[in-house]
Design a protein around this ligand. Structure first.
Ligand SMILES: CC(C)(COP(=O)(O)OP(=O)(O)OC[C@H]1O[C@@H](n2cnc3c(N)ncnc32)[C@H](O)[C@@H]1OP(=O)(O)O)[C@@H](O)C(=O)NCCC(=O)NCCS
Length: 169
């Protein structure tokens, strides 16, 4: 329902469970996540039932209708007019501009349709590909959380970044 030139984004369905579990258990993908494998299919299925109604979850598909990744806006607060963005692509579909286009589609949809003026994110400072993507999308660093998260056997720094709707900040 968000249509681009390289990818389209469709609301996540319980039929996507196998794909999401495969994606989130991929070690390359999981390295950038604030959770660790293994993720079990029954846990993911339970997760669908507790999705907050304000959250947006889309699977990203290429023009051959292959599932390539997912993108989300969670922790939405209409009081504070903000939400948290997340994205992940299977490694074989990275570096093709899919993440950038899907992100642009989501950001445009959110700012043009919802009472949200700020999109924020958190990422490990070591996640170079993600931070490059976020900078290209216009996200600005707001803070650095030192030794914030224990992952891969060590405490890691986390960067907080945000993007405001044009003219609202
Ligand atoms: C983060 C992620 C979605 C980025 O996907 P991607 O496929 O690299 O993104 P794109 O191909 O759309 O590239 C986006 C831009 O960043 C640039 N870029 C990507 N990786 C880069 C790198 N290592 N160095 C410099 N630039 C880079 C690309 O050149 C592109 O810019 P351009 O369109 O001007 O050429 C992907 O790496 C991923 O799924 N990682 C695992 C999950 C994850 O860590 N998610 C984020 C959690 S916070």
């Amino acid at each position: 329902m968000l249509y681009g030139k390289k990818v389209d984004c469709f609301p996540v369905s319980s039929d996507d469970t196998v794909f999401i579990v495969h994606l989130r258990n991929n070690p390359v993908v999981a390295a950038g996540f604030f959770s660790d494998p293994p993720l079990y299919d029954f846990v993911q299925r339970q997760g669908f039932s507790s999705v907050e109604p304000e959250s947006l979850y889309f699977t990203i598909r290429d023009k051959s209708n292959r599932q390539v990744g997912w993108i989300s806006l969670t922790n939405v607060s209409y009081r504070h007019q903000k939400g948290e963005y997340g994205i992940a692509l299977l490694p074989e579909f990275q570096g093709k501009g899919y993440a950038k286009e899907a992100s642009e589609l989501l950001i445009e949809y959110v700012f043009n349709n919802l009472p949200i003026r700020k999109i924020f994110l958190k990422a490990f400072t070591s996640n170079v590909s993600a931070i490059k993507l976020y900078e290209k999308l216009g996200f600005i660093q707001e803070g650095l959380l030192r030794d914030e998260f224990y992952k891969a056997g060590r405490f890691q720094d986390v960067v907080v970044m945000a993007l405001f709707k044009t003219g609202t900040h």
